[in-house]
Design a binder for this molecule. Structure first.
Ligand code: NAP
Length: 175
C-alpha cells in the first residue's frame, strides 16, 4: 500500500505547541482536505484529541487512531494498537465514509500526525506533502528529519496567505 505523510511546519521544523498548531493557515486546511479526502487517515491519539470536536471524525475519510490504550473508543474512529495495525486496517478495502468506493489514487493512506506517529511512519512512506509556513513561533513538537533520498518533485513556491503568513507546499517522493 502507498503511504503518504502530510504536515505543516515552520522553518525550524515546529509542527505543534501545547497540543495544537501554533498558526492559522486556511489555505493549508483546504490543501489538507483536498489531499486526504477519500483516503483513510491515520493519526496518533494526541492528534485526535487536538482536533476541535466539530471536526471529529474528519469527514469523508476513515479515521484510524493509534493508541496503546486497549479501551480507547471514540465515535467515528477506528482504534489501532500500533502503527503496523493501523496500516493493515487502512489497507482493507472498505469504502470511505460518504464515498461509493475506496480511493484508488496513490497514495492510498495518509498519516496526519503528530510528531510521534510521523517518526514511526516515515520508513513506510513513499510520498510527503509538506507545507512550510513562515511563522516565527516556538513549539514542542517537530517534523521528522528527512534523509537525502527524499526529492522535491512539486513546489508551489512562496505564496501569501489571507492571514499574511508566507507559505509554500512541497511534495517529496523517494524511490
Ligand atoms: P501524536 O503523535 O499525535 O500521538 C501520540 C500518541 O499516539 C501516544 O501518546 C500514543 O497514544 C499513540 N502512540 C504513539 N506511538 C504508538 C505506538 N507505537 N503504538 C501504539 N500507540 C502509539 O502526539 P504528538 O507527537 O504529541 O503530536 C501532537 C502534536 O502534533 C500536537 O501539537 C498537534 O497539534 C501537532 N500536529 C501538527 C500537525 C501539523 O501538520 N502541523 C499535524 C498533526 C498534529 P496513547 O497515549 O493513547 O497510548
Amino acid at each position: 500500500m502507498n503511504v503518504g505523510l502530510i504536515w505543516a511546519q515552520n522553518p525550524d521544523g515546529v509542527i505543534g505547541a501545547d497540543n495544537g498548531i501554533p498558526w492559522r493557515l486556511p489555505e493549508d486546511m483546504a490543501h489538507f482536505k483536498a489531499t486526504t479526502l477519500g483516503h483513510p487517515v491515520i493519526m496518533g491519539r494526541r492528534t485526535w484529541d487536538s482536533l476541535p470536536a466539530r471536526f471529529r471524525p474528519l469527514s469523508g475519510r476513515r479515521n484510524i487512531v493509534v493508541t496503546r490504550n486497549p479501551d480507547w473508543t471514540a465515535e467515528g474512529a477506528e482504534r489501532a494498537g500500533s502503527l503496523a495495525a493501523a496500516l493493515e486496517l487502512a489497507a482493507e478495502a472498505r469504502p470511505e465514509p460518504g464515498t461509493a468506493e475506496s480511493g484508488r489514487e496513490r497514495p492510498s493512506a495518509w498519516v496526519i500526525g503528530g510528531g510521534e506517529i510521523y517518526r514511526a511512519a516515515l520508513p513506510y512512506a513513499t510520498t510527503l506533502s509538506v507545507t512550510e509556513v513562515d511563522a516565527p513561533v516556538t513549539g514542542d513538537t517537530f517534523a521528522p528529519p528527512l534523509d537525502p533520498a527524499w526529492r522535491i518533485t512539486e513546489d508551489t513556491g512562496w505564496r501569501s496567505s489571507t492571514t499574511e503568513l508566507r507559505y509554500r507546499i512541497r511534495r517529496y517522493t523517494r524511490p
